[in-house]
Design a protein around this ligand. Structure first.
Ligand code: C2E
Ligand code: MG
Ligand code: MG
Length: 573
């Protein structure tokens, strides 16, 4: 009689005496029934599995009439990959059984050295070990939130699917799906609702795709689908359209109806690339194109992008990665007391180490893209937080009065939570508000909106200083100097270039310094490159200066050394 709790055991053993002994011991294991299926050849075992037989455990003799050693083990793993295996050998050489364990068996037995209890223990361990291994494999390959494959399994599958398509000379479609404004939902409805949404989205994607298509979650709100054997490129577009439609019905989150659309990028093999890397990059680029075209649509990657568009999309694509992979960093440029050369502060300036290359990309090449895509808001928070933390570190190291200056984009002032993230950066770094100065380009001060004015007022009320940047260049109007929110004004470096060589510039700069002082503003001259400019500024009482003459923007560590040297000099003097 067999009960449901019986362990189904497949014994693959050609020696009748060994087989008899094992079965005898199995019958004498207390509290456990074994239902034993006994075969004497590998071929028979294979036939059993092909006929639908399922074992809980396999006891495998390493030397069979039709197969020997590791070959046997590999054959069994291939046909029953989820079943634990215990190999058995008659000789005393442990290297063969160790090798078997290395390639995937769970344990081994040396014939003639076992009793019923030892056999029982070995079987239980093997079953447990196999299930732990399966759990680990599952965790390593699947996303626990949605049950979809994760990025690692996606990468494996894409590679294999591409190899198959290449062999069969078939088309393959790769879809990148990104939810529109997922972050907003996460922020407003909470993370539980965000998780619930991701689970629902995964389910809707699964409902739309066919058996044989492969869906994965790459992280965050990014999903992907691999479709093999499509008849035409446009078929991948049809699947993308179906996914868009599936998302059209609102989701119910926290009892609330929420409409969520998505943007989908499609890249097909071989048109959009031959390697997994190329296909991924191009599906991603097509996805950003879909976002830029107003979201809730799909785009198929093609080469008809204008060079400008390609460059921009490529940069944008890389910036998203830059944020995830910490490729952004801050450099610091000292702000100097013009008369004494003492360091009063540091301006934090953003740099991008693209793809981990040595060369650093200057901000003017990528800040406009961050601004256009709205990424500047999250990057700006990162900049502020890190700059404040850095300044506090320098305070703690002895430079107690150093101020930190951070550039803000107008967009950052328009967000609903501007004050909150400024306060968060101060709280987290424990930096007193009086040491933080925010720089805003003079163009913004010409015509600030009511919201922007309100933000500026509240920032001042927090005790944070405000500086108008790039004054004198482009369309700056003098009237902005009268803005009551301001503490200081920074004369643009391009304006300063004419000083000492161009008489009218000298007159105007001298007048700006005078006027600003009369209005109670601090004046900082930026882009001071030579001694002639410095003496001009000293002569006209410009209190603070910044420029290559003193130091270019440098890494935090170098800045710390500079502070240290200055302090030594003052102590000696
Ligand atoms: P900015 O705020 O006017 O920054 C001063 C720029 O002048 C810096 O360029 C600096 O390297 C450069 N500079 C300093 N001394 C000299 C000099 O003696 N001669 C010359 N020719 N140039 C000098 P950088 O770092 O390329 O920054 C360019 C602009 O990018 C900044 O202008 C600022 O508007 C923007 N930026 C930089 N970091 C951030 C940031 O974190 N957030 C935002 N929103 N904008 C940033
Ligand atoms: Mg600045
Ligand atoms: Mg400037």
């Amino acid at each position: 009689m067999t009960s449901t709790a019986d362990i189904q055991l497949l014994l693959i053993e050609d020696n009748p005496a060994d087989a008899f002994l094992l079965q005898y011991m199995l019958q004498h294991i207390e509290g456990q029934n074994f239902s034993v299926q006994h075969v004497t050849r590998l071929k028979e075992a294979q036939q059993q599995f092909e006929a639908g037989y399922q074992a809980d455990i396999i006891l495998l003799d390493l030397s069979l009439p039709d197969s020997q050693g590791m070959e046997t083990v590999t054959a069994i793993i291939n046909i029953a990959p989820h079943t634990p295996i215990i190999v058995m050998t008659g000789n005393q050489d442990p290297s063969a059984v160790q090798e078997a364990v290395k390639i995937g068996a769970q344990d081994f037995l040396i014939k003639g050295e076992n009793d019923a209890r030892f056999l029982d223990k070995t079987i239980r361990y093997a079953i447990e070990r196999k299930s732990a291994e399966s759990r680990l494999t599952y965790l390593a390959h699947y996303d626990s939130l949605t049950g979809l494959a994760n990025r690692a399994l996606f990468n494996d599958n894409l590679r294999q699917a591409l190899a198959r398509s290449r062999r069969k000379d078939a088309l393959l479609g790769l879809l990148f799906i990104d939810l529109d404004r997922f972050k907003m939902i996460n922020d407003t409805l909470g993370h539980d609702a965000g998780d619930e949404l991701l689970r629902n989205v995964a389910q809707r994607i699964k409902n739309v795709i066919r058996e044989g298509d492969f869906a994965a979650r790459l992280g965050g709100d990014e999903f992907t689908v691999i479709i093999e054997g499509i008849a035409a490129i446009s078929n991948a577009g049809i699947v993308a359209q179906k996914i868009l439609q599936a998302m059209a019905t609102p989701f119910t989150l926290n009892g609330q109806q929420v409409a969520v659309s998505s943007s989908i990028g499609v890249a097909t093999y071989p048109t959009a690339g031959n390697s997994p890397e190329e296909l991924i990059k191009n599906a991603d680029i097509a996805m950003y194109r879909a976002k830029n075209r107003g979201r809730n649509n799909y785009q198929i990657y093609s080469d008809d992008l204008t060079p400008n568009e390609r460059h921009r999309l490529q940069t944008e694509h890389e910036l998203h990665r830059a944020l995830k992979q910490n490729e952004l960093q801050l450099h610091y440029q000292p702000i100097i007391e013009t008369q004494t050369g003492a360091i009063l502060g540091a301006e934090a300036l953003l740099r991008w180490r693209r793809n981990g290359h040595q060369e650093l990309i200057p901000p003017l090449e990528f800040i406009p893209i961050l601004e256009k895509t709205g990424l500047i808001v999250s990057v700006g928070k990162w900049v502020l937080r890190n700059a404040c933390l850095q300044c506090k570190t320098w305070h703690d190291a002895g430079a107690e009065n150093l101020r930190i200056t951070v550039n803000l984009s107008p967009q950052q002032l328009r967000g609903p939570d501007t004050l909150q993230w400024i306060q968060d950066a101060l709280n987290e770094s424990q930096l007193a508000a009086q040491f933080l100065e925010l720089e805003i380009s003079s163009h913004m001060f010409t015509q600030p909106s009511a919201t922007e004015k309100e933000s500026l007022d509240s920032i001042r009320a927090m005790g944070v200083s405000l500086c108008i940047d790039d004054f004198g260049y482009g369309e700056t109007s003098l009237s902005c100097l009268m803005s009551k929110q301001l503490n200081s004004v920074k004369i643009d470096r391009r304006f300063l270039q004419g000083v000492t060589t161009h008489k009218p510039t000298n007159v105007v700069i001298a007048a700006i310094i005078q006027m600003a002082q009369n209005l109670g503003l601090q004046v900082i001259a930026e882009g001071v490159e030579n001694r002639a400019q410095l003496s001009f500024l000293q002569k006209h009482g410009c209190a603070q200066s910044q420029g290559y003459l003193f130091s270019p923007p440098i890494e935090a560590q170098k800045f710390a050394r500079l502070l240290h040297e200055k302090r030594e000099q003052t102590t000696l003097a």
